[in-house]
Ligand binder design. Structure first.
Ligand SMILES: Cc1cc2nc3c(=O)[nH]c(=O)nc-3n(C[C@H](O)[C@H](O)[C@H](O)COP(=O)(O)O)c2cc1C
Length: 165
C-alpha cells in the first residue's frame, strides 16, 4: 500500500538507465490491471530512443520532461465504443498500475494526458507510427528521480457520502 502514497509525479530524472527487466516489470504490472469484460483493449509502446523522446517532448509544453526521461511507455487503444466501451477506464487502470510499480522499483514517473487532445496525440501518433484508428490514451514518462517529493496524504471529507449523495 505504501506506493499509493509515495507515488508522486516526478519530472526530473538522472541519466541512470532503466533495465530491460524493470521495463518488463512495469509492462507486466500494467497488464495485471482490472479490465471490463477482461478485454484488455490496449497496446503499450516502450520508447527509450533519446531522439524519439526529444520529439515527443516537443509535442506539448506539458510534456517537456520527456527530453530528460530515460524511457516512456505510451498506452494506446483501438477504443471501439461498441466492443470496448470502457477502454478509457481500462487504460487508466493500466496506467496507474505502471505508476505504482515504478514507485516500488524506485523509478520516477509522470502521467501525461493524451486522449481526447487530438492535436497533441496526432503529433505523437505520427512520431510513433501508431495506426490512424488507434487512440493514444496517455504517455508515461519514466526515469530515476532527480527530485524528491513528499508522499501524498490526501483525504477530502467533502467528497465522501455515506449511503446517499
Ligand atoms: C489524466 C492526467 C493527465 C496528466 N497530464 C499531465 C501532463 O501533461 N503533464 C504533467 O506534467 N503532468 C500531468 N499529469 C500529472 C498531474 O499534474 C499530477 O498527477 C497532479 O498534479 C498531482 O500530483 P501527484 O501526481 O504528484 O500526486 C496528469 C495526470 C493525469 C491523471
Amino acid at each position: 500500500m505504501k506506493e499509493i502514497y509515495q507515488r508522486r509525479s516526478i519530472r526530473k530524472y538522472t541519466e541512470k538507465e532503466i533495465s530491460k527487466e524493470d521495463i518488463e516489470k512495469l509492462l507486466k504490472a500494467g497488464m495485471n490491471a482490472p479490465s471490463a469484460h477482461n478485454k484488455k483493449p490496449y497496446q503499450l509502446i516502450v520508447v527509450q530512443n533519446k531522439e524519439t523522446l526529444k520529439k515527443l517532448s516537443d509535442t506539448c509544453i506539458f510534456s517537456k520532461m520527456l527530453e530528460g526521461a530515460n524511457a516512456a511507455i505510451v498506452v494506446c487503444s483501438l477504443g471501439d465504443d461498441k466492443e470496448t466501451p470502457y477502454w478509457q477506464a481500462d487504460c487508466g487502470a493500466v496506467t496507474e498500475n505502471i505508476l505504482l510499480e515504478a514507485t516500488s522499483l524506485g523509478i520516477g514517473s509522470c502521467w501525461l494526458g493524451g486522449y481526447p487532445d487530438l492535436e497533441k496525440t496526432g503529433k505523437e501518433k505520427e512520431i510513433l507510427g501508431i495506426p490512424e484508428e488507434y487512440k493514444l490514451f496517455c504517455t508515461i514518462s519514466l526515469g530515476y528521480p532527480a527530485e524528491e517529493r513528499k508522499p501524498n496524504d490526501n483525504y477530502y471529507p467533502e467528497k465522501v457520502h455515506y449511503e446517499k449523495f
